[in-house]
Design a protein around this ligand. Structure first.
Ligand code: DX5
Ligand code: ZN
Length: 216
């Protein structure tokens, strides 16, 4: 079963509450919260205050940390009720320790890889994460165009996870839309993050249910 996470980076921040209500009514499984520090990525987005507010909606939070030194903030986001906390492989100095800490705090541990990072870097961390987040655009901005080689990487990662016997979910983030999602799902993703395409959709509930109906 496909799950959908609405990336609130694409919301109207002046009407965030209304936009989140709209996403809940559309049937999303998560609110995907992109935290950016202007160092790991060139952009700055939002932090604890917005996430605290989003959590009041009752929709589970999927917190994507695009920040250097993620260990400094993991406790904060767990305390704010995040269900998934994802750090970047490229930013985590001691990945296995970081992932273990996320689990100790009662959250699902996620690790993300940028488009230029080979999936094989996760080989020796199999079993240590619950979610592998494959970025299909370079992180930092919504509304970018998909990078086709990153989509092919999803299948490689799915095979690695299957062969290892671990049970991790593959999440995909970056230009997930009705035209790109079928291949993404065929390659093994089961959690789809969508920002611009979903928030701009004329019929958000129909958009979400079309994504959820996709079959591997
Ligand atoms: C990009 C973020 C994404 C972004 C996706 O760095 O991680 O979550 O919001 O937006 P779209 O769906 O517009 O590519
Ligand atoms: Zn994201």
């Amino acid at each position: 079963m496909i799950k959908v996470a609405a990336s609130i980076l694409a919301a109207d921040f002046l009407n965030l509450g209304a936009d989140i209500d709209r996403m809940r009514a559309a049937g999303v499984d998560y609110l995907h919260c992109d935290v950016m520090d202007g160092r790991f990525v060139p952009n700055i987005s939002f932090g604890q205050g917005v996430i605290r507010a989003a959590g009041k909606s009752g929709v589970p939070l999927d917190v994507h940390l695009m920040i250097e030194e993620p260990d400094k903030y993991i406790d904060d986001f767990a305390a704010l009720g995040a269900k998934i906390i994802t750090v970047h492989y490229e930013a985590a100095k001691h990945l296995n320790r970081t992932l273990a800490h996320i689990r100790e705090l009662g959250c699902l541990a996620g690790v993300s890889i940028c488009p230029a990072t080979p999936p094989e870097v996760l080989e020796w961390s199999m079993g240590d994460f619950d979610v592998a987040l494959v970025m299909t655009v370079n992180p930092g901005f919504g509304g970018q165009k998909i990078i086709p080689s990153a989509v092919r990487k999803i299948a490689v990662l799915r095979d690695m996870i299957e062969k290892s016997g671990a049970s991790a979910e593959i999440e995909v983030d970056g230009n997930v839309a009705l035209n790109t999602a079928p291949e993404i799902v065929k390659n093994g993703a089961s959690l789809l993050v969508t920002g611009s395409a979903l928030f701009k959709a004329e019929n958000a509930p129909a958009f979400v249910s079309q994504l959820k109906k996709l079959e591997p």
